[in-house]
Design a protein around this ligand. Structure first.
Ligand code: FAD
Length: 416
């Protein structure tokens, strides 16, 4: 069979794209993940990565649904300021239009009522695996293959159009052909792996790697009280946590959110009980503040091919990630202003869950990887979707925006 679209990757980007393309089109989704789409939060070593700097923790689910099998279900809509600062090449009205469609698809009606896009909102809705939620297996026009590894791209004569891809699975190699487009939705690292190995005319992939560090600090009782009062005032619906207290109106540098400090460390009731007692006795606060910082591009963060380490004849990736001393000082300064004390260490520093910007959208072909419609520069029918196409890093969790980009891309592909 000849398909219309071939989608590489079944995470939120690939799932929403497949769901949003015309139902009369034949779609093939292929994923290297070996396991089915159960929501199991166990993570594996990323199969495409050879080396990674030790402070950067990359997660990989090895399940259909990609990293939405591991995620915390925090959905965030970009504010107009952040959208503008991130440098997307389309209007905020368009972003809002597709956001509303995603809210509808995910059945977040209650949230839609309260949705006010002039604020930076974070809300949790128990969506778990987006692939499962989309129920793609039910669609007769969509075929899904897991445990298939791309080994060869079949180009047309001038090497600008892709006609098919050969995949290797446990049994044998098989080539799948398609008429219209190839869309890479393989996550930030998967997309860089594909471009660097198979689409070499484009040389900008992986020059940039950004993330947004999540940093937790235990806070004292007075400050936690202040934050609790704030939270109560704005927490008009249980799922919505408003977190703008210290974000500057025009330039959000970071967000900050109140968290119970037993959240990640232990789920046991006993541990929680001990924490509450310590809090009541004013020995250790029950609350952490979780700060999220956006990150500027920096030469000390990039992705390269390793010449020796290979998987199915393709070169694996080396990931270099460093937070510069100056950046760290800046982060500490900002936090110290809020907690009003010197900090020597963080209770928790999480980096690696939200890689982005490695295949940035841009007007300038000298530095960008995709154009405003997410088409890969120098190729005619290859598109990308994911946080890798973000022009700059934001501080908002990326998955909602990734799904908005997928929806927008589906509309574009169905009209062209
Ligand atoms: C612990 C954790 C918590 C998180 N919490 C949140 C949160 O609360 N809110 C939020 O917005 N985001 C969160 N994220 C980030 C979120 O998971 C990602 O933004 C989202 O999954 C990205 O979607 P994607 O479809 O672009 O890529 P992915 O979900 O990474 O999916 C990519 C898929 O492509 C496949 N693939 C890769 N390479 C190839 C290849 N060469 N060939 C074929 N298939 C390939 C992979 O197997 C994978 O299934 C979290 C991430 C982690 C790890």
């Amino acid at each position: 069979m000849i398909y219309d679209y071939l989608i590489i990757g079944s995470g939120p980007a690939g799932s929403i794209l497949a769901k949003s393309l015309p139902t009369k089109s034949k779609i093939l989704i292929v994923d290297i993940a070996k396991n089915s789409d159960h929501y199991k939060t166990q993570n594996f070593k990323h199969p495409l990565i050879n080396f990674c700097t030790s402070n950067y923790k990359i997660r990989y689910s090895n399940r259909l649904g990609g990293n939405s099998v591991l995620w915390n279900n925090k959905l965030s809509i970009l504010s107009p300021h952040e959208f503008r600062d991130m440098g997307f090449l389309f209007s905020y009205d368009e972003y809002k239009k597709y956001s509303s469609e995603i809210i509808k698809i995910l059945n977040l009606k209650k949230i839609k009522k309260k949705y006010n896009p002039t604020f930076l909102e974070v809300f949790r809705a128990k969506l778990d695996n987006i692939f499962t939620l989309m129920n793609l297996k039910k669609n007769k026009n969509i075929k899904i293959l897991k445990g298939h590894f791309p080994v060869k791209i079949i180009f047309d004569k001038n090497k600008k159009r892709v006609k098919g891809i050969t995949f290797k699975n446990k049994i044998k190699n098989k080539t799948y052909y398609f008429k219209k487009n190839l869309v890479l939705c393989a996550g930030n690292f998967g997309n860089v792996f594909m471009i660097k190995n198979f689409f070499k005319k484009n040389r900008n992939s992986g020059k940039i790697l950004c993330d947004h560090p999540h940093i937790s600090i235990n806070i004292d009782f007075t400050l936690s009280k202040k934050f609790l009062e704030f939270k109560k005032k704005f927490n008009y619906e249980k799922k919505i946590v408003y977190e703008k207290l210290y974000t500057k109106v025009n330039k959000p540098l970071y967000t900050v959110q109140l968290k119970k400090n037993f959240d990640n460390k232990s789920k046991s009731l006993f541990f929680k009980f001990v924490n509450i007692i310590l809090h009541k006795l004013k020995i250790k606060s029950f609350y952490n503040l979780e700060f999220v910082f956006s990150q500027k591009k920096n030469k000390s963060r990039s992705i390269d091919l390793n010449s020796y380490s290979k998987i199915e004849n393709s070169k694996k990736l080396d990931v270099f990630y460093k937070i510069q001393k100056k950046e760290l000082e800046n982060i500490k300064d900002n936090i110290e202003q809020i907690v009003k004390r010197k900090i020597s260490s963080f209770s928790e520093l999480v980096i690696g869950n939200h890689p982005c910007c490695s295949n940035p959208m841009g007007k300038n072909k000298i530095s960008s990887v995709v154009d405003k419609n997410l088409k890969l520069n120098k190729y005619k029918n290859v598109y990308l979707c994911g946080s890798d196409v973000f022009p700059n890093s934001g501080l908002t969790n990326p998955t909602f925006t990734i799904m908005v980009l997928s929806r927008r891309l589906a509309k574009y592909l169905s009209l062209n």
